[in-house]
Structure formats: C-alpha cells, structure tokens
Ligand binder design. Sequence first.
Ligand code: 8ID
Ligand code: ZN
Length: 350
Amino acid sequence: QIPQNHKAAVAEKEGGSVNIVDVPTAKPGKGEILVQLKYSGVCHTDSHALIGDWPAHASFPLIGGHEGAGTVVALGEGADKYHQIGDPVGLKWLYSSCLNCDFCAAGTEPNCQKAECHGFTKNGTFQQYAITDASHATPIPKGLPLDAAAPLLCAGVTVYKAIKVANLKPGQTLAISGAGGGLGHLACQYARAAGLKVIAIDTGDEKKKLCDSYGVSAFVDFAAEKDLVAAVKAASEDGLGPHAAVVAASGAKAYEQALEYLRPTGVLVPVGLPPNATIKMDVFWSVFYSKQVRPSYVGNREDAKECLQIADEGKVKVQYKVKGLSELPQVYDDMHHGRIAGRIVLDLAR
Ligand code: 8ID
Ligand code: ZN
C-alpha cells in the first residue's frame, strides 16, 4: 500500500537546518519509478550541498541524499523496460542523463550537460519514498542486504571508478588520502581486491585499525606525522613514492602533499572536493617529473553494477553504523569533525 504522505528530511534553504516533515508521495511520470527506500548512506557531498561551500549550488528546498537502497513499488510509462515491481534498486548521485549525447554514449554520463543529480538538482534519498528516472536506478544483487548496499551507490562506485582511472598494474602502489572515511575505506578494499599495495593516509586510532584490517602496507597519520611527504615516500617499496594517489579527503592540504609524494610519472586522481582548493603545478617540474592529474567524477551505470557485484562476491564490505533519519543533523556534525570511521547509514523508518 503506497501512502499519501511519507517522512522526509527537508532543508528549506542553503546554510539552513534539516527538519523531518511529512511530504506528499508522488506518482512516477513517464520513464520514472517510485522506490520505497529503506536505507540511505550519508555522503560528505550532502553536507557540502547543505552548507553551500562549493562553487556549484543545490536547488532548495531540498531533500538531500544520494546513496539510497529500496524496492520498486510503482512504474511510470515505459519504465518496465528497466525494472519490475519488487526489484531491489539503488539510487546513486545521477538521477538521469540524456542518454544521447557524446558523453552518455562514451560512458562518461556524469559529464552529460543535462545530467540531474539526487540530493542536488532533484530530491534525493533522505526520505521513505523517492521518484527517480528508471534508466539510472541500479539493480542491487539479491544477496546484498540493503543497508550494506546503500554506501556503495556513491562512495563505492566513486572509488571503484577512481581506481580504474589511476590505471595501475597489480603489485603497484596506490596512496589513498582520507583512507578511513566513507569513500576511503572502500577505496582501500577495492584497491586490495585489484591486487594493489596501499599506503593509507588519515588520522586517529579507529581509522588506523580499520585501514590495517584491509591489509594496507602502511598507515600514515596526517595529523601526527611531521613530514607527511617523506613518510609516504618512505612507505613505498623503493622510496620514490606511490604510482598513484586517490585523494578522497575533504581537506585541501591533501592535494598539495599528493603532488609532492607521487613518484615521477605518478598519477593524481582528485576525488575529494574541498571548497576553495586549487591544484598548482609548476610547468617546468610538471614536465620534468611527468606527473599527471586525472580527476574522477562518480562512475557510470556499468561501474555501479560492477562495484555492487564485487561486494556481492564478498570482496568488499562496507563498515557502517545505522542511525535514524532524525539523527541526520548529528551525523553532519560528526562528519564535519572527522569523527566517522567508514559510513553512517540512515534507517528511514526511524
Ligand atoms: O565523484 C566524486 N569525485 C565524489 C563522490 C563522492 C564524494 C566526491 N566526493 C567528495 C565529497 O564531497 C568529499 O569532499 O569526496 C570527499 C570525501 O567524501 P566522504 O568520504 O563522504 O567524506 P568523509 O567520510 O568525511 O571522509 C573524509 C576523510 O578525509 C580525511 C578525514 O579524516 C576523513 O576520514 N582527511 C581530511 I578532512 N583531511 C585529510 C588530509 N589532509 C584527510 N585525510 C588525509 N589527509
Ligand atoms: Zn556522494
């Protein structure tokens, strides 16, 4: 039975607070589905969107969230091409894309000029029922519990893709900055599953313990280590530095450091989005050392399926704590202070 109204976390304005209120449950239009959401992960992006600290701004009033997992409960016209009622599906950052431009055709659909995003330009997953475009909803393997699947829909797919973009060979070394966070702890695992050696960078005992449990070669504490660049280089096999770095930290300093500790020909994959951060490269040294910068923006529909598949095979496990939807403001506060190892998943029923 689909209710007339359901609970949602609504932010009236940028920089404002979120309130749990009843909102009307809509009917899916052409090409859309209605999903009864059970769980949503909380990504640092949701916090950036609410605070409004990026050069791009979300639409308000806004229901945030883009790591949703639930079941299809209604199909709009033509949506049965993609899903059936009762299918477990995930809602990721992309709500839709045009499916017809050069970017969509090339599998770089996040760069589609008409892309719409959950929890940014469209209402997202901090609610019990959500409308989404059928084409971008990701099938969730039946063996994967919905709470454990939710964080894979942004954090998982994003780092899985970023590691592809780094394009390393098994046995090579990847530095992961922000390694104990939502994206980072999954990056450690996808990298290990791909046969890479990992140098994990983050801070505190809890995050160190988490990273160590994934078999990383070294954990470098960015807050305690006086010379982080030297420590990361020293942790690489030949002392010259890692072959690539996925920076999933939401702080700017991590970028400057990564360009320094990478070995010559090393690849920096920017993923984390600290506000007001620039990547500066001296032209002479950029040529002399031939380091590359290859930013990575979420992943495409295929990446999302692959990343869930790998988790379904048991090679990657989300580290998460479940909290109620009403605890979202506290989750943002903990996130802001770097107190979350792994992810927080919201139970949308409470
Ligand atoms: O498509 C994308 N590129 C994409 C997708 C999803 C998220 C980008 N993001 C962005 C988010 O907007 C955010 O800016 O990635 C960043 C990380 O998101 P998250 O993993 O959801 O955030 P978190 O759980 O708070 O983890 C961040 C970690 O970074 C560490 C913190 O200790 C925390 O564990 N960190 C910080 I802040 N500064 C660091 C530093 N200098 C650092 N780790 C190493 N060095
Ligand atoms: Zn996200």
